[in-house]
Design a binder for this molecule. Structure first.
Ligand code: DLL
Length: 432
């Protein structure tokens, strides 16, 4: 039932003891090996010797994406280049990529984390895992590939794209587990319908979807259209990519591999740590990294932590769904909200397909929001002025009620919005 029962079910006080030991070692290591950390700690008037308990972490300075950029490309490495065996980088489209490096031991730890995660989701030796994340510098495909292979499953590295071919492979080789972004899972489901493939003829039973948000509504849609259980996994390039956390079939939060990554939630304004249960920004400190140890790395992702044993028996701390990012909070007409909240409401309508594009526009001096959204083909085929107006007003008033946001909906014909093979881009900011 567990990949590493000892760590996944460790008593909380023992986990804290282990984390404390590893945190102290990591901080000493970073201070000794990375001049950036020595300077940063000195400037803050803190020294590794001051750290005696886990809660002392609150005295340590944060690391941010800007620090990674300023030290590009190798500035935060704690080991000589000859000890590096792998580089990956973020899929960011602007500026330089954010790299992550692995030593042999880091790579081994990553594979273990990914094997643990895939196993937690339900991957077993007899599975056939189709990796439809893109094989590039991006961490998603390699992480899932290595984890599934470590379990002993058969891996099919299709990468993303060539969707028809993916589906032929899925049919012929009896794929049981699909690994891809949630938006690509939807793209595949649509192609299946187009090709006339009945989900009941597939051997597919499980989807592991990460790298972008998957709302509950989107999850339900993927599960329904592909005939699978869809679980979320989370991670970020800076701390190694996927392998940080994953949902188990209980769907009760993401289990964090906290023996490798120490999570905190902070208030992104005051930067003060928040107690379990409160929503704030997720911060991680790596506890076993050799190549690039990161101390209090600000992910910008918004969620909450939960302690307590899960129904699956694991005691690992959990975080909730990623509700948004502290840097993509939208404020329109004085209403603060995350695009994911809007998605949650819109996809609650059965007439709506999970394809939408948010346009932020300026009307005079005010910001306003229009959403292009596809309806399902059946609704569109029978659309009249009356039922379109009625649906529009139902959605707009639900959004107004639940989020407090005034927006305008523009229905577009099915299959007209761009489809995604990787992370979907769903916001166009036309305010500048
Ligand atoms: O997306 C790593 C990954 C690959 C995770 C495959 C899971 C599966 P980056 O490209 O650096 O790395 O993007 C990291 O993506 O800070 C979140 O904002 C977002 N993200 C990742 N997983 C989720 C998720 C990979 N399950 C950034 N839900 C993170 C919501 C997610 N957002």
């Amino acid at each position: 039932m567990f990949w590493n029962a000892q760590m996944e079910c460790l008593a909380p006080d023992e986990m804290i003891r282990l984390q404390q030991e590893r945190l102290i070692a990591t901080v000493k290591y970073a201070y000794a090996k990375v001049p950036f950390y020595r300077d940063r700690f000195d400037a803050h008037g803190v020294h590794p010797a001051d750290l005696t308990s886990l809660t002392d972490i609150a005295f340590l300075p944060f690391t941010t994406k800007a620090d990674l950029r300023d030290n590009y490309p190798y500035g935060l490495c704690a080991v000589p280049h000859s000890d590096l065996v792998r580089m990956h980088a973020s899929s960011g489209t602007t500026g330089k990529p954010t790299p992550v490096f692995h030593t042999q031991k880091d790579l081994e730890n990553w594979v273990e984390c990914m094997a643990r995660n895939c196993y937690t989701a339900g991957v077993r030796k007899a599975d056939v895992c189709q990796i439809a994340f893109r094989y590039t510098l991006f961490t998603g495909a390699f992480g899932h590939h290595l984890g599934a292979e470590r379990i002993g499953a058969m891996v099919i590295p299709t990468s993303s794209g060539q969707t028809e071919r993916q589906l032929v492979i899925m049919q012929d080789f009896k794929t049981t587990v699909l690994h891809c972004t949630p938006s690509y899972a939807i793209t595949m489901a649509e192609k299946m319908a187009e090709m006339g493939i009945d989900k009941r003829t597939l051997a597919l039973r499980l989807g592991i979807h990460g790298a972008e948000p998957m709302s509950e509504e989107l999850r339900r849609e993927i599960e329904e259209k592909l005939g699978i259980t869809a679980l979320r996994d989370y991670g970020l390039t800076e701390i190694g990519g996927p392998g940080v956390s994953i949902e188990c079939p209980q769907k009760a939060g993401y289990h964090v591999n906290e023996d490798y990554f120490l999570p905190e939630i902070i208030d992104s304004e005051t930067l003060k740590p928040l107690p379990a249960g409160e929503i704030g920004e997720l911060v991680f400190t790596t506890l076993q990294k050799e190549a690039v140890p990161l101390i209090r790395y600000r992910t910008r992702d918004i969620t909450a932590l939960t302690r307590g044993k899960c129904g699956c028996g694991r005691t690992l701390i959990r975080h909730g769904p990623i509700m948004g990012r502290s840097d993509d909070l939208l404020i329109i007409g004085g209403v603060n909200f995350f695009p994911s909240q809007l998605e949650n409401v819109m996809l609650g309508f059965p007439e709506i397909e999970p394809h939408y594009l948010i346009h932020l526009v300026k009307k005079g001096r005010l910001d306003s929001l229009t959403v292009d959204i596809e309806t399902d083909p059946d609704f569109w085929a029978h659309a009249s002025d009356l039922n379109v107006t009625e649906l529009r007003s139902r959605i707009e008033s639900k959004v107004k009620d639940l989020i407090g946001l005034k927006m305008k909906i523009n229905f577009v014909a099915p299959f007209t919005l761009p489809r995604s093979e990787g992370k979907a881009s769903r916001i166009i900011d036309e305010r500048k």
